[in-house]
Design a protein around this ligand. Structure first.
Ligand code: HPA
Length: 294
């Protein structure tokens, strides 16, 4: 009798989970259908304009803009210095969509909300994703203002965005993260950096929930475990993009340095300032890469 009740209760809670996830699938489809009605063709390339890539917008030949607040099911971005809209247009001879403003876990969004736009991108037909962010450097070779191609990441967020029931329509239950950042695109970035005389660093990005910057001991710890830079974004979106089978390119602007010998105190203002300074290089790199994509 007792077992019977436990089984019924378990079945009911799995049923609830199913309902919740089905709602998520429905939401993805509903949002993509809404967007499709607003645009005349769908892009295969998306760019998440994190800190350091804001200026890229000025280079896009804009065809259509959709504010997050007008898109059904889209969360609304709150953080200072980020406005929220989807931009559709041409850049580097390619038709792209760009996300101006992203959703951070530290703002209070859950992982499904943080990564919802990537799900919608996939539903629209996006196959290649470019992501940028600001990050604190632990690698002793790095300088403030450096641009770092992300070669790999370490996920230190307290939750994985794929936790919960898996939908085969969205991707496999246990996706590999062996080449989370495309080697082909990293090679392309290196070629462009050589041609353009850009000092382009390579490194492993450690993703943390924030919103605190790290203690000196934490920067040191992240360096010892194999990190070159640390930031509060990107990893959730990249996990979901890989789950969805997308090809990903990620790039960080090193906006501050951390470690046990470093006494400078990082601030949001310093991060913004350093990121703005690096914008021309970031913009040039991404534009050239888009031009070169097949
Ligand atoms: N730590 C975490 N996130 C960051 C940093 C940092 O030092 N700089 C920019 N984003």
């Amino acid at each position: 009798m007792c077992f019977f009740f436990i089984e019924v209760a378990e079945a009911a809670s799995i049923q609830n989970l199913d309902n919740m996830e089905i709602t998520m699938l429905d939401k993805i489809r509903e949002t993509a259908a809404f967007i499709k009605k607003e645009i005349s063709s769908t892009p295969e390339i998306a760019v998440i304009l994190g800190t350091g890539l804001g200026e890229l917008v000025n280079h896009i030949e804009i065809i259509r803009e959709l504010e997050y607040k007008d898109i059904p099911n889209f969360p609304v971005s709150t953080v200072e210095g980020h406005s929220g809209k989807l931009i559709f247009g041409n850049l580097g001879g390619k038709y792209i969509m760009a996300m101006q403003g992203r959703f951070h876990f530290y703002e209070g969004y859950d992982m499904k909300q943080v990564t919802f736009p990537v799900r919608v991108m996939k539903e629209l037909g996006v196959t290649t994703l470019f992501v940028s962010n600001a990050a604190g450097g632990m690698n002793k070779e790095f300088m403030v203002g450096d641009v770092m191609v992300i070669t790999d990441h370490i996920n230190l967020f307290p939750e994985n965005p794929l936790r919960g029931k898996n939908f085969e329509e969205l991707g496999p239950r246990f996706p590999a993260m062996t080449e989370a950042y495309s080697k082909g695109l990293i090679g392309m970035a290196d070629d462009i950096a050589r041609e353009e005389g850009i000092r382009l660093m390579h490194g492993v990005y450690v993703g943390t929930q924030g919103p605190t910057f790290e203690t000196p001991a934490e920067y040191e710890y992240f360096r010892i475990i194999g990190g070159d830079a640390v930031g509060m974004s990107t990893v959730p979106e990249v996990i979901v993009a890989n789950h969805a089978g997308m090809t990903v390119f990620g790039v960080s602007v090193i906006t501050d340095l951390g470690g046990k010998d470093i006494t400078e105190v990082p601030t949001h203002e310093e991060v913004q300032k350093a990121a703005i300074k690096a914008q021309p290089v970031m913009t040039l790199l991404i534009k050239r890469m888009l031009e070169r994509l097949g």
